[in-house]
Design a protein around this ligand. Structure first.
Ligand code: PD2
Ligand code: ZN
Length: 293
């Protein structure tokens, strides 16, 4: 085990608790080591005792919370389209949405014709002047940061910001049986050739120190709807590596997935494969457990 030491000034050393250290602490606990022996080992390899104790406490607390979340039946209720009756088309306020495919684990449903061509064009036009290099929520701090894992340009609309957005958000709320006010504002992403979104989970990692602050606003994310605003010439599928599933981006269609707990057992790890030719545009709606204000 090594310590990572950063010097913020000439005299004050700051020891950072890295993911590697957290994994090591969990491995020691799972191997049956006593907490005091783990702290002693950390101190022997250069950690300050108070940092070691803090790291132990936070890491094990987070780990226990994540184990509790992994217990079957312990999950939250999630957004869900009503398709258990075998519906192939769901008509929402007169707008017919086709159900193309559904999978139980991960819970994934693919829709066609969720958006009209005019709605796709309208979203792209309204977003274009505000696109900037994408940021992702940084669960280490609770803030947002430019992330190399995502090489797209993006922007967020406020919920209900324009009549077009309001209409689409109401359609989504009805389709997924999830209240409008439990949705984040719509995010628009534009990927140019070569751009991708590396595999990630959309829920906030409970073991990250910034997560409690993020979930103060609306609780955890429990579902995602990625809507395709154009059809890239080549590439750009939304991929679910744990399910061997690749969803081709086709204008107006969408992929929905839900996760009833922030845990890998939901198998909702997913990414945006590199765009090989042309551009890819998506609109993402993330759904929260509670009211997102
Ligand atoms: O654009 C995509 O296919 C994609 C892939 C993974 C979008 C997101 N995640 C997202 O917006 O969370
Ligand atoms: Zn995602």
């Amino acid at each position: 085990m090594s310590t990572t030491t950063q010097t913020t000034s000439t005299t004050t050393p700051v020891q950072q608790v890295t993911p590697e250290l957290r994994r090591w602490i969990i491995a020691q606990a799972e191997a049956g080591c006593l907490p005091e022996d783990v702290v002693k080992a950390m101190v022997a390899s250069g950690w300050h005792e108070d940092v070691a104790l803090d790291a132990m406490e936070h890491t094990l607390r987070g780990h226990l919370a994540s184990l509790r979340e992994a217990v079957p039946g312990g999950g939250s209720s999630v957004p869900a389209p009503q398709i258990d009756d075998g519906a192939n088309v769901i008509v929402v306020d007169g707008h017919p949405v086709k159900v193309v495919m559904s999978l139980r684990l991960p819970r994934v449903v693919i829709f066609a014709d969720l958006l009209t061509a005019q709605e796709c064009d309208g979203l792209m036009a309204q977003a274009t002047p505000r696109l900037v290099r994408s940021e992702t929520v940084d669960t280490a701090t609770g803030g947002s940061e430019v992330h190399a894992a995502r090489t797209s340009d993006g922007m967020f609309f406020e919920r209900g910001e324009t009549p077009l957005i309001d209409r689409i958000e109401r359609r989504i709320a009805t389709l997924l049986n999830w209240p409008l006010d439990r949705g984040e504002g719509l995010q628009i992403l534009r990927y140019r050739p070569g751009a991708q979104y590396k595999p990630h989970n959309d829920y906030f990692d409970p073991e990250q120190p910034g997560t409690p602050k993020i979930v103060e606003r609306g609780g955890q994310r429990v579902g995602t709807l990625v809507m395709y605003l154009n059809t890239p010439q080549q590439g750009g599928a939304t991929v679910f590596p744990d399910a061997g599933l690749e969803v081709a981006p086709v204008r107006g269609s969408a992929v929905f997935f839900s996760y009833d707990r922030p845990h890998a057992i939901t198998k909702t790890l997913h990414g945006g494969a590199p765009v090989l030719a042309g551009e890819k545009w998506v609109a993402t709606k993330w759904l929260r457990q509670g009211v997102f204000v």
